[in-house]
Design a protein. Sequence first.
Length: 221
Amino acid sequence: MFKKVLIAEDMEDINKGVHTLLTELGVTDIQQVQYCDDAYLKIKRAALDNEPFDLIISDLSFKADHRSQKYPSGEALVEKIKTEYPNLKVIVYSVEDRLQKVRNLFNKHQIQAYVCKTRSGLKNLTKAIHASYVNNTFLSPEVSNALSSYNDLEIDDYDISLLDKLSNGLSQEEISALYKEQHISPASLSAIEKRLNKLRIQFNANNAIHLVAIVKDLGLI
């Protein structure tokens, strides 16, 4: 079992629950932080002291307060530590259940496991810890489709943004105007129409409404 684990979680009750779980699993060195910046500094210090962490369990959302943060979210923290310490194993423990978010964390940052905070959260976290220890991946049932065959589709963050705007009732003309205002490219109406046509073909959707329904069912938006 892991010997040295860091918990990055700003909710005290959840922090205590994860700590108790790790203690029951036999982890001997458990450290806790409530800010992502503190997590990064602890990881860096431990590495410099040649006493690195084996695993970090991190939330994605951290409530902002008076303290300025260089890494305001768990995703920013994961990106940073996986860049500098690629061998450090990461389990994300979050209420977020959008498949595209989960997919990005696995594909871009190579996390080991993703666990949703549900009634079965701690039970699934136990499974995730055991899986990570033997170099396997784990996903909670709620996001188990994140790495399915749809992962092979050519869909990126721009597509997700476009579909999200469409699901919120914006017309293609309104999306085009908004993207031009926000300097998001491509922003032309013709480019947006072409992208939506491509997505309709990929998801076998009959029209824009059907397309939105499909991607919502898949948890992409």
